[in-house]
Every structure is written in structure tokens, then in C-alpha cells.
Design a protein around this ligand. Structure first.
Ligand code: SAH
Length: 361
């Protein structure tokens, strides 16, 4: 029994077996997912016999948060924080890490979270691809990233702050960990949990077609984003190996189906790499794709790493690219690279400076 990953219904069953009243189920759900308690000692409304049962049976494991860093200079992205979590599957196994980012902007407080430790994909521009893949995160590990970041922010930064958005854009491919990702999104969206609107939760995928199909069939209410990154099939395969498995044409077909059924925009993330995907022919093809999909918008992300002797685009190159798409009536946004200085921007998770020991939240 995983009490922190259970629905209220499942918790009722749990308490029934313990001969405890069923109202305890909602109480426990609120305690964990709304009040974000991270130790059984905080379960103050529960009698000692229940708390001891949970403790003795190790039903409530908690992650180590052991590193954080902040962009603290006065700049557009000041306040962006990177967090590193650590866990062990068992006492004998090696510890694994994954990272999360807290993004601060004028109106939003966004948690960018990981779905896997490392990543099994091999995108040539991404730092996460360069470290060993260690596996899927559990629902509870996904949730705790948010819960611990919120607790950290409340304790050390701003007691009044409220989270507004969640993006599954940290380490890993969320659609290779579909069940746990969707389950955690549902708990985050739950009215007895953090109650974050489904439209404020975005799941990003490199293009795992079977999972996108499932997402559509299940009518999941969360936002979907696709890391397009290149408009031509063969070249896309060269920078994103997943494209050899799920080719661009098939991906765009399923995206079109999504927009038709959901009647809302799909977000295309598009990394900007000079001489790789920013030329005239790329723009022309992107325009063709966008006109065909119709309900779409682009998030332009400048290259944040320097693998393969690639360079980041200049500000001028970025704005020109954006302008060209906009001239064709295409929605194209550019939000910079918040957190780049602390290796917290897109594609940089896994680059790190070190650990600073366990942090109590
Ligand atoms: N695997 C999922 C979730 C990760 S989202 C996916 O691919 O969608 C991370 C985003 O950062 C993706 O859109 C990816 O294309 C982008 N990205 C990866 N490496 C980057 C880099 N070096 N510079 C800028 N963006 C990068």
C-alpha cells in the first residue's frame, strides 16, 4: 500500500482494513497533497496508533533534497532556482539523482519537474542524454519535487508565494513513464490537493506516438507540448533519435488529430541552432507545417548547450526567426533562457556544480 499515491477511495479501503473510520481517508489525502506534510510527525490529527503503523511499515518514504542554487543577481530570471533530489531504491543500490527547477516571472510561479532519472533518449543537443539513464520516477517522486520546492520556497523565500503552473519538462521523457506522469498530474489537479487547473499543467513529449494516442483516447485534460525541433524528417532523426522510431510525418498526423479533437492549440517547442534548423528552408517548411496543423503555437528556445561545436543564436538571429514566423501569421513566443547561469535552463539538467548536503524543508 502506497498511501501517498492512493486515491481517496483506495485510502478508504486502507483504513477499513485497519478498522479505522473512512473519514480518515480524506484527512490523509489532504494532509499529504494539500498541506504537503513530509513526515509522519506532522500528521497531528491522527492518533498515535495510526502514525506508528505508518512509521513501522515504512509507508511514507521521503526524498532527500540535497542541493539548490539560485540566480540571485538582478536580471529577468532572478529568483530561478534549481534543485537536485536523490534517492536509493534499496540500501544496497547506488543513489540516483534528478533535478527540478522553480521558475519565477512577473505573473507565474512554475515548477519544471522530471519524470525520469536521466533519459533514455539521445537528443544530441541535450545534456540529460549524456548521463546514464536510471529509470522511471514513481508518482510520489514526481509529486515530491513540487511539494518539497513549495515547502522550501515558503520556508526560505516567500511564505505567501503560490504555485501557478507545472511543466513536465525536466529530465526524462514523460510519455515513457505515462502512468506515473498522468497519475501525478491528476493528483496535482485534484480539488482536495493543490487544485492546479489542468490547463496550467503541461506535459511535453519528444513524440512518443502511442502515448499521444492514448492521451487523446483518454481525453486527458492537461496541455500537451511537442518538441518539434526540426521540420525535416531525416535531419530531425540526426538530432533526435526518437524520430527514427516515430517519424515526423506520423507525429504530425497524430498532432493534427489532437488539435481536431481537443479544439485547442498544440505547443511546438523549437530549439534554435544556427546552421542546423534556422535557415530559410526551415522557416518555409515550418510555415507549411503550421498552416496544415492550424491550431498551433511555437515556443522558441535558444540552444543552451555547446555540444557538437554548435553555438547559441544571437539575440538578433532569434528575433529575426521569430519575426519571420509571425509575418506568416504564426504564433511564436520567445522567453529567453531563464536559469542558464545555474545550469537550470532547457537541456541543461545534469550539468551541475556539486552537492551541498541535505536541506531540511
Ligand atoms: N523529453 C521531453 C521533455 C523534456 S522538455 C521532450 O523532449 O519534450 C525539454 C525541452 O528542452 C525540449 O523541448 C527540448 O527540445 C529542449 N532542449 C533540450 N536540450 C536543449 C538545449 N541544449 N537548449 C535548448 N533547449 C533544449
Amino acid at each position: 500500500m502506497l498511501i501517498h499515491e492512493s486515491t481517496i477511495e483506495e485510502l478508504k479501503e486502507f483504513f477499513l482494513q485497519l478498522n479505522e473510520p473512512s473519514y480518515r481517508a480524506e484527512q490523509l489525502f489532504l494532509r499529504i497533497h494539500k498541506h504537503l506534510s513530509l513526515s509522519v510527525e506532522e500528521f497531528s490529527e491522527f492518533p498515535k496508533r495510526i502514525r506508528n503503523y505508518i512509521l513501522e511499515n515504512h509507508l511514507f518514504p521521503v526524498l532527500n533534497l540535497n542541493y539548490y542554487e539560485t540566480v540571485d543577481e538582478v536580471s529577468d530570471d532572478s529568483g530561478t532556482q534549481k534543485f537536485i533530489f536523490e534517492y536509493q531504491d534499496s540500501k544496497e543500490s547506488k543513489s540516483r539523482i534528478f533535478e527540478s527547477v522553480w521558475l519565477v516571472s512577473e505573473k507565474r510561479r512554475t515548477a519544471c519537474i522530471s519524470s525520469q532519472s536521466g533519459c533514455s533518449l539521445n537528443c544530441t543537443f541535450c545534456a540529460t542524454a549524456k548521463i546514464p539513464f536510471k529509470g522511471n520516477l514513481s508518482t510520489w517522486q514526481i509529486l515530491q519535487q513540487i511539494y518539497q520546492m513549495i515547502r522550501f520556497r515558503k520556508k526560505y523565500v516567500d511564505p505567501q508565494e503560490k504555485i501557478t503552473n507545472i511543466v513536465f519538462m525536466g529530465m526524462g521523457e514523460p510519455f515513457y513513464n505515462y502512468d506515473n506522469v498522468i497519475k501525478s498530474a491528476k493528483i496535482l489537479n485534484h480539488s482536495k490537493g493543490l487544485n492546479i487547473g489542468a490547463r496550467h499543467i503541461t506535459i511535453s513529449t519528444s513524440g512518443v506516438i502511442p502515448s499521444i494516442e492514448r492521451f487523446i483516447a483518454e481525453k486527458q485534460p492537461f496541455n500537451l507540448a511537442i518538441s518539434l525541433n526540426h521540420p525535416f524528417n531525416e535531419e530531425r532523426s540526426m538530432i533526435m533519435d526518437i524520430n527514427t522510431k516515430y517519424p515526423l510525418k506520423d507525429l504530425l498526423n497524430v498532432v493534427k488529430k489532437y488539435t481536431q479533437i481537443y479544439k485547442r492549440n498544440i505547443t511546438f517547442e523549437y530549439i534554435l541552432i544556427p546552421d542546423v534548423n534556422m535557415n530559410k528552408e526551415h522557416i518555409k517548411e515550418l510555415v507549411r507545417i503550421a498552416k496544415n496543423i492550424r491550431f498551433c503555437k511555437f515556443n522558441l528556445i535558444p540552444l543552451n548547450t555547446n555540444f557538437n561545436h554548435w553555438r547559441a543564436p544571437t539575440q538578433e538571429e532569434i528575433l529575426r526567426f521569430q519575426e519571420e514566423l509571425r509575418n506568416h501569421g504564426i504564433l511564436a513566443f520567445y522567453r529567453g533562457s531563464p536559469g542558464k547561469k545555474i545550469h537550470a535552463a532547457c537541456g541543461m539538467l545534469a550539468l551541475q556544480k556539486g552537492f551541498s548536503g541535505k536541506i531540511n524543508v
